[in-house]
Design a protein around this ligand. Structure first.
Ligand code: NAD
Length: 467
């Protein structure tokens, strides 16, 4: 990573504003061209992106393709196939009192937008919002995470050149650069990361009355009962938990279940982990690494909160942390208070469904909740009685790939959502356009003073219909 000089940042933003005000980004043809170029870049430079993701997170090539590069390509394809329709203005009905007139909702770009990305999916989370921003006709500045320096460098060195430097910029760096960016006026800020910095972003945005989307994290619970095939559930939970070495915002954070269900689930998780990563995950190229020493030390600390039923091994030199299943952690221990964001999965015994629901609802609203139960009433209670960004039955994480499902949190897990058409809407203003002919003079004859008895009767008749 080479840091952008802080004193250059106002100029970068001013340049983008100039580009936006000249109208470069508005035509559909420009938007399509940018999306096509970004797609080509992802495909042509796929090997370089894979290498950077491996340098930063020990990510396997296949996982990089699945969860980052391929994900972005399919998002671009989805946008290209629908962009024309998204950009169309939509006619809406005009009530009798305002007729004759026509009314339309017209999507227009917001202007210059800022995307601030985290390190865990450093390519996908930097560029996925950019797809929406460009599709909606905005100029955009991206600040990749300094904690994934290889990916940050690669994005900065090839994306603006491949797209259009007049409307797309990348600022590299950490707190000083982000702080300088946040002093500028943007038309939207899209932040992905933790809630502490989310608050800093929201405060800075308030100075300029800039709308924000905050994609945050939290502890996403899993609930299992013994009405399901627990071997299959274990496989899916282990897959969702240990991809990217547990550093996924929607990873299952902990598992709730009855003593009986958990007794059965524990060995099945061990088997599932073995099936996924073999007997020596340290030597398995499909298994990732912890991003840095600070995160590694934090995770090691959690091992004191319980007993490792599976795994627990770790090697500081390579920042390798074995897929770990933890039992016996108290509900108020650190591992059950913090978002784990690493390959440790506590199994927490609950007395019954009520106990599980009250444990979850007493806490911050999570980004996702996952339920493995064949009981319709259990599923219905989770849907009705809990609130989370997403709720999935029978599988973790996969809701991300459904473009029409809003992806975002609620409460402490964030505000706003994107993916698919929503990514376009997030970066658009819906302008209300009303058009009324000057003749006939329907207003003077009905709702304007002087209020004659006839007009009064008309108004009252009309209101009676409403009430
Ligand atoms: P991070 O440390 O990379 O920070 C994210 C961004 O904030 C970076 O670009 C960083 O430069 C910037 N930043 C850091 N400190 C700042 C400050 N003081 N002022 C201004 N900007 C600052 O990533 P992270 O926050 O550790 O990411 C992990 C968190 O993100 C987890 O909580 C995870 O759940 C969440 N997350 C959410 C999603 C989602 O889509 N909802 C996706 C991924 C991660």
């Amino acid at each position: 990573m080479s840091e952008t000089q802080v004193d250059r940042i106002p100029g970068v933003v001013a340049g983008l504003r100039h580009g936006f005000e000249r109208g470069i980004t508005r035509p559909e043809a420009w938007r399509r061209e940018m999306l096509r170029r970004l797609r080509a870049l992802l495909v042509e430079r796929g090997d370089d992106f894979e290498r950077a993701l491996h340098d930063d997170l020990g990510k396997s090539g296949t996982e990089a393709q699945l969860t980052e590069i391929g994900f972005l390509v399919s998002e671009i394809d989805h946008a290209l196939a629908r962009l024309h329709g998204w950009m169309r203005s939509r006619r809406v009905a005009v009530p009798l009192a305002a007729q004759p007139a026509s009314a339309r909702v017209v999507p227009e770009p917001l202007g210059v937008v800022l995307v601030i990305a985290p390190w865990n999916y450093p390519l996908m989370l930097a560029l996925s919002p950019v797809i929406g921003a460009i599709a909606a006709g905005n100029a955009v500045v991206v600040k990749p995470s300094e904690l994934a320096p290889a990916t940050s460098r690669l994005i900065a060195s090839i994306v603006p050149d491949a797209l259009d430097r007049r409307a797309v910029a990348v600022v590299e760096g950490g707190v000083p650069q982000t702080t300088a960016l946040l002093e500028e006026r943007f038309d939207h800020i899209f932040y992905t990361g933790n809630g502490r910095v989310g608050r800093i972003v929201a405060r800075a945005a308030a100075e300029h009355l800039t709308p924000v989307t905050l994609e945050l994290g939290g502890k996403s619970p899993v609930y299992v009962d013994d009405t399901v095939d627990l071997a299959e559930a274990a496989k899916r939970i282990a897959w969702g938990k240990f991809m990217n070495a547990g550093q996924t915002c929607v990873a299952p954070d902990y598992v709730l279940g009855s003593a009986r269900a958990l007794r059965e689930l524990g060995p099945l998780l061990a088997e599932a982990i073995h099936d996924l990563y073999g007997s020596a995950p340290q030597r398995n190229p499909d298994y990732g690494r912890i991003v840095n020493d600070a995160q590694f030390a934090r995770l090691v600390g959690y091992l004191d909160d319980g007993e490792a039923l599976v795994g627990g091994g770790h090697d500081e030199a390579g920042r390798f942390f074995e897929p770990t299943v933890l039992v016996g952690a108290e509900r108020d221990s650190a591992v059950m208070r913090d978002e784990i964001f690493g390959p440790i999965l506590p199994l927490v015994e609950v007395a019954d469904l009520d106990d599980a629901l009250s444990l979850v609802t007493a806490r911050d609203k999570p980004l996702a909740a996952y339920v493995f139960s064949d009981s319709a009433s259990v599923r219905e209670r989770w849907e009705r009685e809990t609130s989370s960004g997403a709720l999935s039955f029978g599988v973790p994480v996969l809701h991300l790939v459904v473009p029409e499902l809003p992806f975002g949190g609620v409460g402490e897990s964030g505000m706003g959502a994107y993916h698919g058409e929503r990514s376009f809407r997030v970066f658009s203003h819906e302008k209300a356009v009303l058009s009324k002919p000057l003749a006939p003079d329907t207003l003077g004859a009905t709702i304007m003073p002087p209020f004659t008895p006839q007009k009064d009767a008309l108004v009252r008749r009309w209101l009676r219909k409403l009430l």
